[in-house]
Design a protein around this ligand. Structure first.
Ligand code: ATP
Ligand code: MG
Length: 294
């Protein structure tokens, strides 16, 4: 089957700074693909090129089989971009927002009302439909923003850090909504700063570093390359030392043997964080939103 997104040897510079440096990846129809990578890796630049906001210098990119450089208009007709609630008008109610955009998208009156009910219902906003968006929480606004991007169902949906700044409950609700859309056949490309998000949501993940894909695979493949760390705590519970492992039984056993388990000390395993993944894949640690939030 033809890819929903096909990126080949994509290159982009800003002045003398090389931002994309021969980026390759493809996304299958209906797949949720997560782009991970430290700040400045080129995630937003990639989304901007795929959504025709920006032109690549070299290489090719196709969305739904259409070249973004040659036929940007055709690409725009097939995609939606959501993020940072830019489309949401806070002076209107949730229903008014959907209605306005549906009418602007040339839907008829009856079809508009059907979409208003259906979308607000799907994103858990039915009871807040007649309330002003000014009174919505951050999570509700983000869900409304997503609903607005789906008035005309897109073939491919682009989400740049969809849940940054949301609390864990709102984040999970948004994951659920994105998952439902993918199940209905929409291809999703999202960027994220959270390993947990990629883990829960993405079918496959690409890790970007300095404008290249340094690893592509399922979230479990990625985590398996990093493995759990064995942690030694002293009697007070303070972490004394962490030994990284490949996650295998032999690896964990060897790590425990390395630890000087003094009297009163306890040992536990900890799941790899995004920092661990970056450190293992990129060979350097990075400051990530996940660590800042932790
Ligand atoms: N319009 C521009 N002009 C000059 N430099 C730019 C421009 N847009 C992006 N850059 C630079 O390109 C690099 C990649 O930026 P990009 O926004 O794609 O990274 P990102 O992976 O989305 O990072 P973040 O995690 O911070 O969102 C950065 O060094 C950034 O400063
Ligand atoms: Mg970005």
């Amino acid at each position: 089957m033809e890819s929903a997104i096909e990126v080949r040897a994509l290159g982009k510079r800003f002045g003398s700074a090389v931002v994309l440096d021969g980026l390759d990846f493809s996304v299958a129809p209906g797949e949720i693909f997560g782009l991970l990578g430290p700040n400045g890796a080129g995630k937003t630049t990639t989304i901007n090129i795929l959504t025709t906001l920006l032109r690549a210098d070299t290489g090719t990119a196709c969305v739904d089989g259409i070249d973004v450089r040659r036929e940007p208009e055709q690409v725009r007709r097939r995609i939606a971009v959501s993020g940072q609630s830019a489309a949401v008008d806070t002076t209107l109610t949730g229903a008014e927002n959907v209605r306005l955009l549906a009418r602007l998208s040339a839907l008829g009156r009856r079809e508009t009302e059907r979409r208003v009910r259906e979308l607000l219902d799907r994103f858990g906003l039915a009871s807040a439909a007649e309330k002003s968006v000014a009174s919505y929480s951050g999570g509700m606004r983000r869900r409304l923003d997503l609903a607005l991007s789906l008035i005309v169902p897109p073939r491919v949906l682009f989400l740049d850090e969809p849940t940054t700044g949301l609390d864990p409950v709102s984040r999970r609700e948004l994951w659920e909504a994105i998952r439902v859309m993918a199940d209905e056949g929409t291809t999703v490309l999202l960027t994220t700063q959270y390993l947990e998000e990629a883990d829960r949501l993405a079918d496959r993940v690409g890790v970007l570093d300095a404008g290249r894909a340094v690893a592509i695979g399922t979230p479990s493949e990625l985590k398996a390359r990093v493995g759990a760390g064995v942690r030694l705590r002293d009697a007070d519970g303070t972490i004394v030392r962490t030994v990284p492992t490949d996650g295998s039984v032999a690896g964990i056993r060897a790590a425990i043997d390395q630890l000087d388990a003094r009297a009163g000390g306890t040992i536990d395993l900890h799941e790899p964080t995004l920092d661990d993944v970056y450190e293992a894949l990129l060979g350097h640690a990075t400051r990530t939103a996940e660590r800042i939030a932790a």
